[in-house]
Write a protein that binds this ligand. Structure first.
Ligand code: PXP
Length: 239
């Protein structure tokens, strides 16, 4: 089986910055560390509410990234304009509701074929690989194939939150969707809510291309970094 690639979502480094309205942490520097550690791409979500990633981040990162930029966005003309301007390597179209804590459900591609088609076509025309963030559901995979996108990203949020029998059902749905996607000629990514623990059962899915993981990596970074950060501050205030 081919190795699974990792796209690291750095939105929550921006969340930390936006919480104070300051100019640190420097996202380009974070992305450099992530890329230097071996990530295959950087994922950022330019939300309509600009809660974490800002337009300026997208432009800066487009210049500084040495791997692939995967821009997540809603099908919204204002954000589309940014995507048409910066030409990301990949765009993942996601649903968005302003009040949600994070992207809570998959995109209803089957119910929005006409609304999605011009966006998909405009992005494809500039060479951006388009992906649709969908639930592991055959109808949605068929819609993706109808739209002619090369990639889908299976929403692993329900799997990540499930326990007991539901966990087995969600895992089976991901296996089925990955296999069905492959028969439709789709490349299959997955992401949302994945951790070093719950990702393990997904690793045997044969045709999984990339996992996009963010929140748990940024959270883990605190544990592997906070002791050094404390030592550095002690050194900074020593006299
Ligand atoms: N993939 C998509 C399409 C997402 O919307 C998100 C969250 O922005 C992720 C992956 C990463 O999810 P998490 O931060 O929970 O790892």
């Amino acid at each position: 089986m081919e190795a699974i690639k990792l796209g690291v979502n750095i939105d929550h480094a921006a969340t930390l910055r936006q919480a104070r309205g300051v100019d640190y942490p420097d996202l380009a520097a974070i992305a450099r560390l992530v890329e230097g550690a071996g990530a295959h791409g950087i994922t950022i979500h330019l939300r309509e509410d600009r809660r974490h990633i800002q337009d300026a981040d997208v432009y800066t990162l487009r210049k500084t990234l040495t791997t692939r930029m995967n821009l997540e966005m809603a099908n919204n003309p204002d954000v589309l304009q940014v995507a048409l301007d910066v030409v990301p390597d990949e765009v993942c179209l996601v649903p968005e509701r302003r009040q949600e804590l994070t992207t809570e459900g998959g995109l209803d591609a089957a119910g929005q074929l006409d609304a999605l088609r011009p966006t998909v076509q405009a992005l494809a025309a500039q060479g951006t690989h388009v992906s649709l963030f969908i639930a592991p559901d055959r109808r949605q995979l068929e819609a993706a194939a109808t739209l002619g996108v090369p990639y889908v990203e299976l929403h692993t949020g329900a799997y990540a939150n499930a326990t007991g029998d539901a966990l087995k059902r969600e895992l089976d749905a991901l296996y089925d969707a990955a296999a069905y996607g492959a028969t439709l000629g789709l490349k299959v990514n997955a992401g949302h809510g994945l951790t070093m623990e719950n990702v393990k059962p997904l690793l045997a899915i044969p045709n999984l291309d990339t996992l996009n993981i963010g929140h748990s990596i940024i959270a883990h970074a605190l544990f592997v970094g906070v002791a050094q950060a404390t030592r550095d501050m002690l050194a900074a205030i020593a006299r």
